[in-house]
Ligand binder design. Structure first.
Ligand code: NAP
Ligand code: ZN
Length: 367
């Protein structure tokens, strides 16, 4: 059994300004990597720049990161980090800027490295340190050694390396109060998906399950009293953020499983939000585990104090509805990709070609 967790995690409302000194311990110049507008809107960018000003750390802002971040933008961010002489990266936003920040941190000190080297993590020079500040309650990327970057082929692919763990994660759940309702719902479903996919993962251990089960219980409780308008209470926001971090810690041990593996093509081909795509597959995964891991399923539902039918109903009522239509030609075109997917092999039971074809047929081609 193994558990390696090098990220210092501080979760508290107001924690960014309270930890300005810690930021200055990473150097005197940093690049802030973020998205177009939400870090400004939710106050996180002001908190970060004010904190840096108080400790005399110079910064530049790279705010070009889009959803499902592109390798080309990460390369542009790395060039800016190099030109500016950044000693560390502050990755600020939802999972997209957080992942992009990790990619920029490893590309910046390695100007000759391209896409291939990034995914394979074969670099001459070690990455810059990353401080990760999440503004969604979903991916848990602020505490994982994984980054999902869309390659030049348009596919979402991840890299995973111990050196990509952020050195520091600052979590202020206040930022999540500014999420639009659909983002709150989709990201919450993503966090639940991480907890479930990790719990039933063949590579799970006692450490990862501590986090995945606690995260799943917190989220199931929130889903039971999820307000119709998506306006969660402060206590629910705090709890959901914590659960998303627990989910991140759990997948840092195990990786993800069927819902993530099959969710990516819905995002790539149909623009479905990441959490919505994962939530679409969750009921199928719950059903799969009832069949192939019945004892584990019994434990899981006892711990989170709900039953499979209720959990499926809750997911259906909270997660945004996946409306993409997928035809046989599209599925046939993706076959090669799924057959070789390592996440699918981590599910209980044996996921062979026949199983996959049946599952996809059930999901899209029959009644
Ligand atoms: P996201 O793609 O980072 O952001 C989604 C939208 O929400 C964007 O429009 C963003 O605005 C906005 N937003 C973010 N925080 C907000 C706030 N506090 N208030 C208002 N709007 C806000 O969403 P995400 O679901 O967090 O991240 C998804 C990505 O993470 C996917 O690419 C997925 O593959 C990846 N992921 C990574 C891991 C990992 O371990 N590394 C795990 C799971 C998923 P802006 O455009 O202005 O930023
Ligand atoms: Zn996810």
């Amino acid at each position: 059994m193994e558990f390696n967790f090098p990220t210092r995690i501080i979760i508290k409302r107001g924690c960014v300004s309270e930890n300005a000194d810690r930021l200055s311990s990473f150097g005197k110049r940093c690049l802030i990597v973020t998205g177009k507008s939400s870090a400004k809107l939710c106050g996180a960018l002001d908190d970060v720049t004010n904190a840096l000003d108080t400790v005399n750390v110079n910064y530049k802002i790279f705010d070009k990161i889009t959803q499902n971040p592109l390798f080309s933008d990460c390369r542009a961010g790395a060039a800016q980090a190099r030109d500016w002489g950044a000693e560390f990266i502050i990755a600020l936003g939802g999972g997209s800027p957080l992942d992009a920040g990790k990619a920029i941190a490893c590309l910046a000190p390695n100007p000759d490295a391209g896409e291939k080297e990034m995914y394979a993590q074969t670099f001459r020079n070690p990455p810059l340190s990353v401080v990760a500040i999440g503004t969604t309650a979903g991916t848990g990327s602020e505490v994982t050694q994984v980054a999902v970057i869309t390659g030049s082929d348009g596919r979402k692919k991840s890299f995973r390396a111990d050196s990509a763990f952020p050195a520091l994660a600052l979590g202020d759940p206040r930022y999540t109060e500014f999420m639009p309702e659909n983002v709150t719902r989709a990201t919450a479903a993503d966090a639940l998906s991480h907890c479930i996919e990790s719990y039933f993962n063949n590579t799970a251990n006692e450490f990862s399950r501590l986090f995945s089960i606690r995260g799943a219980k917190l989220i199931a409780d929130i889903f039971k009293s999820f307000p119709d308008d998506g306006r969660l209470t402060q206590t629910q926001r705090d709890s959901l953020y914590l659960a998303s971090v627990f989910g991140g810690i759990a997948i840092s041990v195990t990786g993800t499983c069927i819902p993530h593996a099959l969710g990516y093509f819905l995002t790539e081909n149909h623009g479905v939000a990441h959490g919505t795509a994962c939530a679409f597959w969750l009921p199928y995964f719950i059903e799969h585990n009832l069949k192939y891991a019945p004892d584990l399923s019994a434990c899981f539902f006892k711990e989170i104090q709900t039953d499979p039918a209720e959990l499926e109903r809750l997911i259906g009522s909270v997660a945004p509805k996946m409306t993409a239509r997928v035809g046989r030609a599209e599925l046939d075109g993706m076959r090669e990709r799924w057959i070789n997917n390592s996440c699918l092999k981590k599910a209980p039971g044996n996921i062979d070609n026949k199983y996959l074809e049946k599952l996809l047929e059930r999901a899209f081609l029959t009644g």
